[in-house]
Design a protein around this ligand. Sequence first.
Ligand code: GUN
Length: 284
Amino acid sequence: MAQIIDGKAVSAKVKEQIRKEAAEIKKQGIEIGLAVVIVGSDPASRVYVNNKKKACEEVGFTSYEYTLPEETTESELISLVEKLNDDDKVNGILVQLPLPEHIDENAIINAIRPDKDVDAFHPQNVGHIMIGDFNFLPCTPAGVMELIAETGVDVCGKNCVVIGRSNIVGKPMAMLLLHKHGTVTICHSRTKGLAEICARADILVAAVGKPKFVTPDMVKEGAVVIDVGMDRDENGKLCGDVDYAACFDKAGYITPVPGGVGPMTVAMLMRNTLTAAKIKNNIM
Ligand code: GUN
C-alpha cells in the first residue's frame, strides 16, 4: 500500500518559509511584486491564476493582475509585458498559458525579461537549467523534486521515467532528475513499449494530460509515482494522469490529484519571485 505524498502540507511548509524570509526583506522597505497576466476566459486558467494570487497574499507579496480580453493582439500583449519589464514594483512576470491561438506563445515568452521570468520559460533561463547553473527553477518540475525529496528516496542512480515531453514539464523535469544523478528516460506518444519502460521505473512522473493513463501494470512495486495531470474523467470529475485507486496498492509513494503537484507549482512560483526580488536588491 502506498504512502500518500501530501502536496498541500509540503507547499504550506515551503510558503511559510518564504513568508518569513519576505517579512525580513520587507523590514528593509522592500516590497515584492508578482504580475499575473491572463488573456481570455479559460475556466482552468482562471482557477490557476486565482490560486497564484491567493498564494501571494499568504506569503506577503503584492500581486498585480491583468485580465485581458480574448481578442487582445500579440503586439498589445507584448506592449504590456514591456511595460511590466520596466516597472520597478514588479519582480516577477507570469503570463498564464495557454494563450489564444492567434498569439504566438514563444513571442510572448521571449519578450519577458529573463530576470523577471519566474516561470523559467525564457530560452536564456532554459539554457541555464540545461547547464545546471540557474536562479529560477521551472515551477512544476521543481515542485515534483520537493515531493520526491519528501519521500526520503534518493534519486541518485535510480531509474526515472518521465511520461511527456512538454517544454513546461517533461523536458525540464528530466533535466532536474538528471542533475540529481537519476538515470532518466523520457517517454511520449510515439514511444514503443511504453508500459514496460514505465514498469521498470523506481520514480515515475506522469505528465501526459490523459486521464488515468497510468495503470497498475505500468507501475513497479514500491515505486514513487508522481502525477502532474489535471484531467477530467468520464464523469467530468477532476483526476490525474494516474489511475490513483488502481495503482495505490502497488506504488510505494503516490501523489493525489488534487492536493499533490498543483499546490507545489504555486509554492515554487513564490520561491522564484522571492529569488527575483533578492537578486534585484542584492540580498543573497
Ligand atoms: N499553464 C499551465 N501551467 C503553467 C505554468 O506553470 N505557467 C504558466 N505561465 N502557464 C501555465
